[in-house]
Design a binder for this molecule. Structure first.
Ligand code: GAP
Length: 434
């Protein structure tokens, strides 16, 4: 399978099985927007919840936040995004098509061969007019969610009096007016981000940078992204964001090339100092001995859409089972959108259907994301569940009616085991927790 094939197969599976659809598709689609269908939103939320558990709720040093998407112009002026959040763009003199300068070679437009103009800097922030008088008050959809953490720094300090080091974390939408959205979920105009700002004493920034670097590798493993396909890149100074003194990109071998998946940045005390200057609010942290300083920041950032794509590319598998070709998603059970599917062996036998319904209802109370499936024959159901990454299929057959045991089929091996119905919930819960 070539890499282009793999990408086409992933996009097609996502649409066919209800993971991801083109945004506003019935009107021809809006470039750079994608809509998550029932299975996609389940997968995305499972990843987000896993991230939240791993980095926020299981820790004592992390404070959760859900800040507003629209923020006033002054925030972006202070943070430097009004000036610095730009990509170089070239426009074709003939067809007016715009490209990111780093995505075209030579002086001519790849589509119509027209002459490309000189590169101009293009700001990625989306402006919004607030209130009824156009232009009365300018806001922006947040281009990064980090600014929500910085503008709430003092609130968290005043409410919780945390000791350094501590972090403020959130996940949510970010918006960027990308010049050339492309590669499915990879470069879009509206996307979900999960990130935190970890506030430290300046003297300790390197220690915490290394700590979070390791934790990020731990996350890559726990979410089920192939570790061998992830590579660190030390971003050179001239390519770093305006606020960063050191950045490591975690790049992934996507089917369309090796590209940024996550970032880890040392933002110094740049943002808090700028907000302190612009707002006049004291952003200093006071030590017990009374000394005061503006803390420095380590920022691990995780694009959620890119995580979904890297997880799908890592999980997509084709093999042969029982002499038949099949496609399956080898997803970690913690993030699989459906954990278990329950079927009656035959759907025209009322006693089997009734028993299977009973098993289904009982299991739903014990584990999340259980699905009922009685469409087509059993082989088709297995194939369908394999394709969406369901780790376990439970079949209720004639033996169940006699001894209350069901079969549990493992997605990866196709092997089946008979389990007493009464033990099913506990068994799957234990597997899920493993
Ligand atoms: N607060 C830091 C920050 O926003 P960034 O490198 O500009 O850093 C963070 O973006 C992450 O967001 C990236 O590592 C990537 O995973 C994701 N990302 C950035 N632009 C994106 C886009 N246009 N579409 C999808 N994901 C994007």
């Amino acid at each position: 399978m070539t890499e282009t094939d793999l990408m086409e197969k992933i996009v097609s599976l996502c649409k066919r099985r209800g993971f991801v659809y083109q945004g506003s598709e019935i009107y021809g689609g809006l470039a750079g927007t994608w809509d998550y269908g029932p299975l996609g939103v389940a997968l995305k939320k499972n990843i987000e919840n896993l991230w939240w558990r791993q980095f926020v709720s299981s820790r004592d040093d992390m404070y959760g936040l859900d800040s507003s998407i629209v923020m006033p112009e002054v925030v972006w002026a202070a943070s430097g995004h009004l000036e610095g959040f730009t990509d170089p763009m070239v426009e074709c003199a003939k067809c007016k098509h715009r490209f990111r300068s780093d995505q075209v070679e030579g002086e001519h437009c790849p589509e119509c061969k027209g002459k490309l103009g000189k590169p101009k800097m293009f700001n990625l922030l989306f402006p919004v007019d607030l209130g009824s008088t156009v232009g009365a008050s300018r806001g922006y959809l947040r281009g990064e969610i980090a600014q929500g953490m910085f503008v709430n720094f003092k609130n968290i300090i005043d409410s919780f009096h945390p000791k350094l080091p501590f972090g403020i974390a959130q996940s949510g939408k970010a918006f960027r007016n990308e010049i050339a959205p492309r590669d499915f979920l990879f470069r879009v105009r509206e996307f979900d981000l999960m990130e935190f700002e970890y506030f430290v004493n300046e003297a300790e920034w390197e220690k915490w940078f290394e700590y979070w670097r390791n934790e990020m590798w731990g996350w890559i493993e726990s979410v089920g992204i192939k570790k061998d396909s992830v590579h660190e890149l030390n971003v050179p100074e001239d390519e770093r964001a305006h606020y960063s003194k050191r950045t490591i990109d975690f790049e992934f071998d996507f089917p369309f090339g090796r590209k940024e998946l996550y970032g880890l940045a040392y933002r110094t005390n740049y943002d808090l100092s700028k907000h302190m200057e612009k707002s006049g609010v004291d952003m200093q942290y006071a030590e017990e001995d009374g000394s005061k300083f503006v803390p420095h920041v380590i920022e691990p950032t995780f694009g959620l859409g890119r995580t979904v794509l890297a997880v799908l590319a890592s999980a997509y598998t084709e093999d042969e089972l029982g002499g038949e070709k099949r496609t399956y998603l080898k997803l970690k059970s913690a993030i699989a959108p459906v954990k278990a599917a329950v079927f009656p062996l035959l759907k025209n036998k009322p006693e089997l259907v009734a028993k299977a319904r009973e098993v289904y209802q009982a299991l739903k109370k014990e584990i999340p994301q259980v699905m009922w499936d009685d469409n087509g024959n059993i082989g088709k159901r297995y194939r369908r569940q394999d394709e969406i990454g369901t780790p376990w299929c439970i079949t209720v057959d004639f033996e169940t009616l006699e001894d209350d045991t069901v079969t549990v089929r493992d997605r990866d091996t196709g092997e089946q085991e008979r389990v007493p119905g009464i033990e099913l919930g506990a068994k799957l819960s234990a597997l899920l927790a493993a």
